[in-house]
Design a protein around this ligand. Structure first.
Ligand SMILES: C[S@@+](CC[C@H](N)C(=O)[O-])C[C@H]1O[C@@H](n2cnc3c(N)ncnc32)[C@H](O)[C@@H]1O
Length: 502
């Protein structure tokens, strides 16, 4: 039995038979019944990488995915035994179990009617099985020491992801914009898939629409579950805001379950995702995005690990491949590579000594983490960090199989003006080190104009195979998959009769 299976079985024992707290949660049947429970899982993924995530799910869980028209989400069916494996997926950010999907929800004419329907909806949903899954899942969630801080960060994350104006105003008042360093840096690379409004039901909002009798029950029933509702709304034709939907649907949830609303210290996060006339109600299975892994030393433009994984996957690494990130920053790409493709060799380089230092520290932290996990001294990871200039790499011609890098956008890093010299020089040097015929490169940039111009002069060495459009912190960026043509690299000086040593 694998570790994952064993963990799942233990959790089924612990969670389904112990600590039963509310009507719906205690409805859990015998273990055998729950083991075969089939549920639909929803996952948010970096926009543009929905297909990559679907491929990972098919490969690792054997489930086929539905890719939502609501960009950046995928859905797939699993049995609850596979829940631990779902948490091991590398391309997904947040996970939720689907309570109910309405493909063509009929909104009533007036705002009052629509909101009344939301309030009544809670009592009509099939909560029982999703709640069993939530219960099993509770032990998988990443535990953090400062729970309150997480909630602050995650609520800010949601605001940034969705550019949620109203939620932002409200949380500003509550002092929630007091960001920590790493959340500020990560926010730059967060994922506002589409113009989306996001609101989280605040305990105070809900309390104001509840009668006072709740106060008494708070003290008498300390075990009552705490919850919040988060509404993600996208679409032009709605006559209500996400805040109003969260408030009224949340009121219905509270009336139905007699749970207590708590914005920051909740047990259950109920999700109300509204995209035009499609509605998905879910229960969150992750407390914070799964992209928050590997990196302990952040830089100004640290890439999400989930996006790094997607980029690496695009070029299908094969055992023994030499994979280079020549502009590695904090090392998010090669570190993800070394953990997921440990049968390849990964090289991380940057011209900035601070960046190389951060990458080295991140590698070192990962090593320590893996030593603690394994309980023994580890001999290392297949990765090295070097300081170099991409325009003059200390690597033999044709010695690299794959290049995966996140180029300076010219906004936070470098400048657009400098990119006009840097990009052609990068592509030339990358074509030199990359193996003709089989080599490939996956390059992320927001400076598409400059990149396209630079590439247009390199058709003899690089062939563009595919472009993935991604949204990075509100910036419309592109990930280019290039194949190295079979043409041998000719060094510019060689063309003039001289030759350099390599
Ligand atoms: C967008 S950032 C990479 C961020 C990285 N993916 C991460 O997760 O931290 C681009 C990086 O390119 C590096 N860079 C810029 N010019 C370079 C050059 N000529 N040679 C090597 N690295 C360079 C910068 O120092 C910066 O760290």
């Amino acid at each position: 039995m694998s570790d994952v299976q064993e963990a799942t079985n233990q959790l089924l024992d612990v969670n389904l038979h112990g600590n039963q707290r509310s009507i719906q949660v205690t409805e859990s049947g015998p273990r055998s019944e729950s083991e075969h429970l089939q549920v639909t899982i929803g996952a948010t993924v970096p926009t543009g990488f929905e297909q990559t995530a679907a491929d990972e799910v098919r490969e690792k869980l054997g489930s086929s995915c539905k890719i939502s028209k609501d960009r950046g989400k995928i859905y797939f069916d699993i049995s609850v035994e596979s829940l631990a494996q779902v948490h091991c997926l590398r391309s997904v950010d947040n996970l939720f179990v689907v309570v109910k999907e309405f493909k063509d929800y009929q909104f009533k004419e007036t705002k009052e009617e629509v909101l009344k329907d939301f309030e009544e909806l809670a009592g009509k949903l099939p909560w029982s099985e999703p709640l069993k899954v939530w219960n099993v899942n509770t032990s998988f969630k990443k535990k953090k020491t400062k729970r309150k801080k997480i909630n602050q960060n995650s609520s800010k994350e949601k605001i940034d992801n969705g550019q949620g104006d109203k939620a932002e105003e409200r949380d500003d008042k509550k002092g929630f914009t007091n960001k920590t360093l790493d959340s500020r840096i990560l926010d730059y690379y967060e994922n506002p898939a589409i113009k989306e409004e996001i609101s989280t039901l605040v305990g105070d909002d809900l309390a104001s629409c509840k009668d006072e009798t709740d106060e008494g029950s708070k003290e008498e029933t300390p075990e009552v579950l705490k919850f919040r509702v988060t509404c993600n709304r996208a679409g032009e034709k709605h006559c209500f805001s996400s805040n109003e939907a969260a408030r009224d649907f949340g009121g219905g949830v509270q009336d139905y379950f007699k749970w207590k609303a708590d914005m920051t210290n909740f047990d259950v996060e109920v999700l109300l995702n509204i995209h035009d006339n499609e509605i998905v109600v879910g229960i969150a299975l992750t407390e914070e995005s799964l992209h928050r892994r590997n990196i302990t030393h952040f830089g100004p433009t640290t890439l999400r690990s989930t996006l790094a994984y997607g980029m690496l996957r695009l070029c299908a690494p094969q055992p023994t491949d030499i994979i280079v990130d020549p502009m590695c920053g904090t090392g998010a790409i090669p570190i993800e590579g070394a953990t997921e493709w440990s049968n390849c060799y990964h090289i991380a380089g940057d011209n900035n000594p601070l960046a190389v230092n951060r990458a080295a520290n991140n590698i070192s932290s990962l090593l320590t983490k893996s030593q603690i996990k394994e309980g023994k001294v580890s001999w290392g990871l297949p990765i090295d960090a070097v300081q170099w200039d991409i325009c003059n790499l200390p690597l033999r011609t044709g010695s690299v199989d794959i290049i995966v890098t996140d180029m300076p956008f010219g906004k936070r890093m470098g400048s657009k003006k400098r990119n006009w010299n840097l990009y052609p020089a990068c592509l030339r040097e990358m074509s030199r080190v990359c193996r003709p015929g089989t080599g490939r490169a996956v390059l992320l940039t927001q400076d598409k104009k400059c990149f396209t111009k630079a590439l247009s002069g390199m058709g003899h060495v690089w062939r563009k195979v595919h472009t993935v459009w991604v949204n990075i912190g509100g910036l419309h960026a592109a990930v280019y998959l290039l194949k190295r043509t079979p043409q041998a690299f000719v060094h510019p000086v060689e063309q003039h009769g001289e030759r350099t040593p390599w």
